[in-house]
Ligand binder design. Structure first.
Ligand code: SAH
Length: 359
């Protein structure tokens, strides 16, 4: 049997599991803290270079463990400074992660799955279907890679789980990734700097409500009625608008925090003044803020982006009804890094070919 196959991946271990593994092979548990500092704070993934560990320990760790790190296949920078990375995983699958500067802080937009099973009608990733879940190590691995290549190990950044995939459809690995990211000896991220965006899988939301680590929550609502939402977000047939709003009302929010409701605006579909008035009624009594996202158009997406005037009018109606509302500035559209535009390269080529055939 090759070493590669028997070695465990250090990047998949939460600190308590690493402590157990160390203890089981006769080492001090606290060595896990040092290893976490090397791997996450300093960005050293070569076990033999972790020089404050005894040589024997390093040798044994290097024999027992490996560290898988996604590799950068392609990097593109937008005129607005947004950068998109195509990363290759250990099994050869690829995914995209995005760096968005000055939002006003720095933000990493991270994927939780290769592809996505949710098939939202306006989302390019949804067209791929689900290829596979990412592991916690692969989710955190995106952060390690971006932090290194952007020289940001020592800089504060935010994470939004708004890349490819539905985080609550990959619940356990996503939560494990959050525990690794917030570990005080690793990146030590505050959960307040992490936003989990979900289409609203109720079972997942209910579990999330009981988690000790609570990220900010963003719900992809997109329409105020089941009829409209059902046509855009297939899972709405299982978990309807009223169920989601109820779950949000029960969600244990910290003082002063609010749930973000994302609303992709599609011309002539959900952007009318009456939609805004319905949305305002729906969200009355929810600690909310609304984030309007004018559609990022893409080949193969059968919707149009509304005019700025329509978007502004919609926002005004919500504001007049005392909702906090913002319009998401589209970042990185020239490199297809904007919301809903993430897809793996091979798929992009075949999407282009399909388009050429159907046009
Ligand atoms: N699956 C999760 C997170 C990934 S998508 C979710 O649904 O929330 C992140 C956000 O981008 C979601 O609000 C999604 O609806 C939005 N989005 C998807 N496609 C888009 C597009 N073409 N234009 C604008 N926003 C889009």
């Amino acid at each position: 049997m090759s070493h590669e196959r028997t070695a465990r991946d250090l990047a998949e271990l939460e600190r308590p599991a690493l402590e157990d593994a160390l203890e089981a092979s006769g080492h001090e548990r606290f060595r896990a803290r040092q290893i976490f500092q090397w791997l996450y704070r300093r960005g050293v993934s070569d076990i033999r270079a972790m020089t404050d560990l005894r040589r024997e320990l390093r040798e044994q760790l290097a024999a027992d463990f490996t560290v898988h790190t996604p590799t950068i296949v392609h990097r593109e920078e937008s005129v607005d400074g947004t950068q998109k990375f195509l990363l290759r995983l250990n099994d050869g699958r690829t995914l995209e992660s995005v760096f968005i500067p000055d939002t006003p802080s720095m933000t990493f937009c991270i994927s939780t799955q290769v592809g996505c099973a949710m098939a939202c009608a306006f989302c390019l990733t949804g067209k791929m279907g689900l290829v596979r879940n990412l592991t916690a190590g692969e989710i955190v691995g995106q952060v390690r890679v971006l932090a290194d290549v952007l020289a940001m190990r020592a800089v504060r950044f935010n994470i939004v789980l708004m890349g490819m995939g539905e985080p609550l459809h990959n619940y356990d690995e996503t939560m494990k990734a959050l525990r690794i990211l917030t570990d005080e000896f690793g990146f030590a991220m505050s959960p307040r700097r992490i936003t989990l965006s979900t289409v609203g899988l109720l079972s997942g939301l209910e579990k999330l409500a009981r988690e000790p680590i609570m990220p900010n929550l963003a719900i992809s609502l997109h329409a105020p009625t089941d009829e409209q939402r059902g046509a855009l977000v297939p899972i709405n047939k299982k978990y309807g608008v009223a169920d989601i709003i109820d779950a949000c009302k029960r969600f244990p929010l910290k003082r002063r925090s609010r749930i973000t409701f994302e609303y992709v605006m599609l011309a002539g579909v959900n952007d009318r003044p009456e939609d805004a008035r319905r949305l305002a009624r729906l969200l009355a009594g929810v600690k909310s803020k609304v984030n309007l996202i004018p559609l990022n158009a893409a080949a193969g997406i059968p919707f149009d982006r509304p005019s700025d005037e329509t978007v502004n009018r919609f926002a005004e109606i919500l504001a007049e009804r005392h909702l906090t509302v913002s319009v998401r500035k589209s970042r990185g559209r020239d490199i297809r890094a904007a919301c809903g535009q993430l897809i793996v390269e091979g798929q992009r080529r075949s999407a282009g070919q399909q388009l050429a055939v159907t046009m």
